[in-house]
Unconditional design. Structure first.
Length: 476
């Protein structure tokens, strides 16, 4: 047995689990979804029936029946005297969920590889002799790649030297390294909600206590809440995606960034700005904000970037841009995790960065086609849902007309369409009224996925308790 989840933690993770009757099957579905999303790892001990019943306000019989349903479906195993533990499941392999030939996997919001990448890899392979002549241990990253990254920042109005750049194995590795270096157990970390879930996991893994600041598709960042959170909790770090935020697609304006920067400076907070989607503009710029350097003061701002969303998810190249003193700390802290980023991938990235304008133009066309096709299909088949217009990024944060995101995801999975429920992106709330739908998949797949959602949605609503379909504050 590797870990244990408390009744309180499971209750929070389940969010709005009661999406259908009977209650025991809805509870079982909620736990299945957590397992399928790998939010509950295999070999995790579940709470005792009595403890979970108390946390959820249910009878012990209801929880016991839900556990029996999970045993029948092969998701848990119960042993007398040892409780119930989750089991490995063939259809929840991390990073690979859709297994059928006709399945549509919309859990990962990454487009297919840039078409020119294969040619760049072939060109790089021609230089294999010079590559293998090096030691291969570049903890800081190759000078050539760091120079190009620094030049791109300088061109965007953020003067940068190669000594202020560190190459990592993707952006996720960068966030993990920053969290482990900057945080101590019990420190507060401010983060948007909804947010990129793997960033929240990295902060929690470092022992941080997360402080959520709401961001919505309509109003953007709740600046009053943000200022209060900075002043009240004095977070050591704040993780933000200010441009084409994942999952909402919102971007900060100069005024919003200025408020956040001032609040962070007053509380002594290190701002970690995730720019992995920042270059994925779809619509032409409007006003001076688009395409300009961020308004965040350079002091205590750390930037994270990567080629995962722009070029290919399989090209595991990311970077950190920070003051040289912090880069030195990160380089010293890195060896226990890994000894550097692979040389071949860095050489490929060096060639790709020289062609980024070409890459981004192709990405804008691809993402525009997906976004427009998805928006049209949703407007046609699910007109009661609220579909935001996003100017860039990789996904839409769609508002449903009932808080049944988890139930909808489970129903869609049965039809071969794999999505992540709104609760997957939550920090301090459930987000069960929202669904992230990436528009990075082929247009045909997006239309088929919406057809499935439109077909199963009435069934999901029909099975839900009336107080869930018509809660206080429901859409009108």
């Amino acid at each position: 047995m590797d870990s244990r989840i408390t009744a309180r933690a499971l209750s929070a993770a389940l969010g709005g689990w009661r999406t259908r009757e009977p209650a025991y099957e809805a509870l079982a579905d909620g736990i299945r979804l957590l397992c399928l999303d790998n939010r509950i790892a295999a070999r995790t001990a579940l709470p005792a029936e009595r403890e979970l019943a108390a946390a959820l306000g249910l009878s012990r019989t209801t929880v016991a029946t839900a556990y029996r349903s999970l045993r029948d479906s092969g998701h848990i195993q119960s042993l007398r005297g040892s409780g119930s533990i989750t089991l490995p499941h063939p259809r929840r392999e991390p990073g690979r969920v859709a297994t059928g030939a006709d399945d549509i996997d919309l859990q990962q919001a990454s487009p297919a590889a840039w078409p020119g990448l294969a040619g760049v890899m072939s060109e790089t392979a021609m230089d294999a002799a010079s590559l293998v002549a090096r030691t291969g241990y570049e903890t800081r990253g190759t000078h050539a790649l760091r120079t190009l990254v620094a030049e791109r920042y300088a061109a965007a109005g953020v003067p940068t030297t190669p000594d202020e750049v560190m190459i990592t194995t993707g952006a996720q590795s960068a966030v993990h390294l920053l969290a482990q270096t900057l945080l101590r157990r019990g420190d507060r970390a401010l983060i948007e909600t909804p947010t990129y879930p793997h960033a929240a996991e990295a902060l929690r893994a470092a022992g941080a206590r997360l402080v959520g600041v709401p961001v919505t598709t309509g109003e953007g960042w709740d600046l009053d809440r943000a200022e209060q959170a900075f002043a009240r909790t004095m977070p050591r770090v704040a993780y933000l995606m200010p441009r084409f935020q994942n999952p909402t697609g919102r971007s900060m304006g100069d005024a919003e960034e200025a408020v956040i920067a001032r609040a962070a400076a007053r509380s002594g907070t290190v701002l970690i700005v995730d720019e992995t989607t920042a270059d994925l503009a779809i619509d032409p710029p409007t006003g001076s904000r688009d395409g300009a350097a961020h308004a965040f003061a350079r002091n205590r701002v750390v930037r994270v970037g990567s080629l995962g969303k722009t070029v290919w998810g399989g090209l595991r190249i990311g970077w950190i841009r920070a003051d040289a003193s912090l880069i030195d700390r990160l380089v010293a802290a890195r060896p226990p995790r890994d000894l550097g980023t692979p040389e071949f991938e860095q050489a490929v990235a060096t060639r790709v960065l020289a062609r980024m304008e070409e890459v981004l133009a192709q990405r804008a066309t691809l993402l525009r086609e997906g976004r427009d096709a998805l928006a049209d299909a949703l407007a046609t088949h699910l007109p009661t849902w609220r579909v935001p217009h996003v100017r860039g990024g990789v996904a839409m944060w769609v508002e449903l007309d009932a808080p049944l995101s988890s139930g909808l995801v489970m129903a869609a999975r049965a039809e071969g369409v794999y999505l992540s429920a709104g609760s997957r992106f939550a920090v301090d709330g459930t987000h069960d009224r929202h669904l992230r739908i990436p528009f990075t998949a082929p247009v045909g797949d997006l239309r088929r996925a919406v057809d499935v959602l439109a077909r199963v949605w009435p069934e999901v609503r029909a099975e839900a308790p009336i107080d869930v379909i018509e809660p206080v504050g429901a859409l009108v």
